[in-house]
Design a binder for this molecule. Sequence first.
Ligand SMILES: Cc1cc2nc3c(=O)[nH]c(=O)nc-3n(C[C@H](O)[C@H](O)[C@H](O)COP(=O)(O)OP(=O)(O)OC[C@H]3O[C@@H](n4cnc5c(N)ncnc54)[C@H](O)[C@@H]3O)c2cc1C
Length: 587
Amino acid sequence: MSSPQVLIVGAGPCGLAAALVLRKNGIAVRLIEKALDYQIGVRGNGIQPRILELFKILGLVADIFDNSIEPPQMRAYDGKTVIRTWDFGVKEPETPQVPYPNPRILGQSTTEAILRSHLSQLGVTVELGTELVDFTQDAHKVTTNLLKRDKSGSSENETLEVDWVIGADGARGITRKHLGINFWGETLEKQAFLVADVEMEGVDRQYWAAYGNAATGFVMALPLGPAPHFSVVGSGTPEEIQKVVDGDFDAFKAYLSKIMKDDSVVLTKRKWVSYFRPNIRCADKFNIGRVFIAGDGAHVHSPMGGQGLNSSVQDSVNLAWKLSLVVKNLSPRSLLSTYETERMPPIKEMLKLTTNLHTQSMSDRDLASKDTSQSVNPGFVREHIFKQLGVNYQWSEIVLDQRLDRKKSIKVGNKVYTPYGKDDEPIQAGDRAPDAPNLVPVAAEPTITTTLFDLLTPFAHTALVFELPQSPAGTEPPSPASTTKDILAALGKYNKDGHRLVDSYLILPENTPDAGSGRVVEGVNRVLVDTQGHARRAYDVDATQALKALPSVIIIRPDTYIGAFVHDAEGVEKYFSKSLSSLFVAV
Ligand SMILES: Cc1cc2nc3c(=O)[nH]c(=O)nc-3n(C[C@H](O)[C@H](O)[C@H](O)COP(=O)(O)OP(=O)(O)OC[C@H]3O[C@@H](n4cnc5c(N)ncnc54)[C@H](O)[C@@H]3O)c2cc1C
């Protein structure tokens, strides 16, 4: 690969996802990791539905499904006695708009291995044993000092100049500290947890087994990986947990049996154990100059809610498409400031949500009572909101919604916004792009269908142009400001000089009379018939068109959030003028 334009520090999920999006955009990267070996251990075990969608666009969702399980039901025990069994999260059905409605469970080390294997196909290998120790920056570059070590104990320094740095180096990473960015929040000093991978017999592998409560200490055993492997999270006083983590196999066994109180459970192996204290902190800036921070390097929180790894991937996907455009001189540098303005509000909301869950789980309430008229401790149930399907950027200065009937639920001045979304809101610019299956290319056999998610890419915007439905016979056709031809011509301007910035699709209504005729339209990637109306419904096209008799253009960003709802060529140009350089705007 040519000399790197971006240095990514840290090969956890955040750094790996950033590297993958940048490489898919053709950017040369180096990805360094100070550890000498890849991380082992389960840790972040839940991939939320929204992140499954991002993984779909990045081409790895099939591998995630092949290596993961559905979240098992949770079962609370008092020794051998079953207290209660419940759904950890409500299992939701697939819909045309939400193809992955439920999380998948797999170890973080497996997720990282999948990301690495996709990266290696693009020529990027994680440089193990390579630590960022220092850096300086000026207006043109970042000069970094790397320390490279190997297992024999030898080491050498390297000075590397790059255009940009992404600090994905975790909560204790150097990047944020070196930039002098505050990390506001608190460390819950009095609470302690251990996270471990073990082998254990005698626990029913059908369930996520839970023992004890916050007052006595609890243990949760997740049956992940081939039997008899379990991923264990346990709580206790800081002194107790420290002793267990520092202690031997017998100390661990004694801790488990004190809480599990079941002599038929036999611990056979303690593979890995680590101590953690909840930290609830957020950086007050995500970027200074040519250096960004992301993932746990920018925000840390309780693992309750399973948002950490997921938010790290969202950070990376948000930042990397913008940085790619800036590196290629196709967007102004000001686009990069929207990484912070878009990501900071959902992160702050996530801190509130996870802290709330954490407080509930640590209350002196039992996990569940035998009395089913009483609810389970809410700390051990996951609501829909944690699936991140509602995370949005509606307030962003680079999104545009010309449907004036859309009420914006954002905070500008003293207005309230909902960065994790609300189910009852109509779709608007800044929201996640929903899927739409059963799109049939006009020139193809009707049996060849495609789904919108198959058309989205992490490097180009995707424009869906919905023509007005045919006017009933005898009525005057509406005369919108722009015809479809004008709109497609406006979209086509962004694909000049060998750049592919916009993929355009003309979407015809299901009842189009000439749908099967192989209509070819200049300037579009494909003409598709929305055979079951899923696309029109998902994007609320009929409601808007009935109201205004205007064509609808939906522009989906490379991070698969909706950039714009516009009606004409002028709207298209207005939208892209917010994120692309004047090179494109002036044409
Ligand atoms: C018990 C537990 C359960 C969890 N469960 C979930 C869950 O269900 N879902 C979820 O989404 N999240 C969960 N999390 C959180 C999740 O593990 C983290 O949020 C995630 O690892 C953050 O990814 P990251 O890439 O930002 O940082 P990290 O994974 O911390 O990676 C940072 C990397 O940077 C490297 N590094 C540090 N400094 C340097 C340097 N100077 N030079 C080079 N490399 C450096 C580190 O060695 C490390 O490999 C859980 C965490 C715990 C502890």
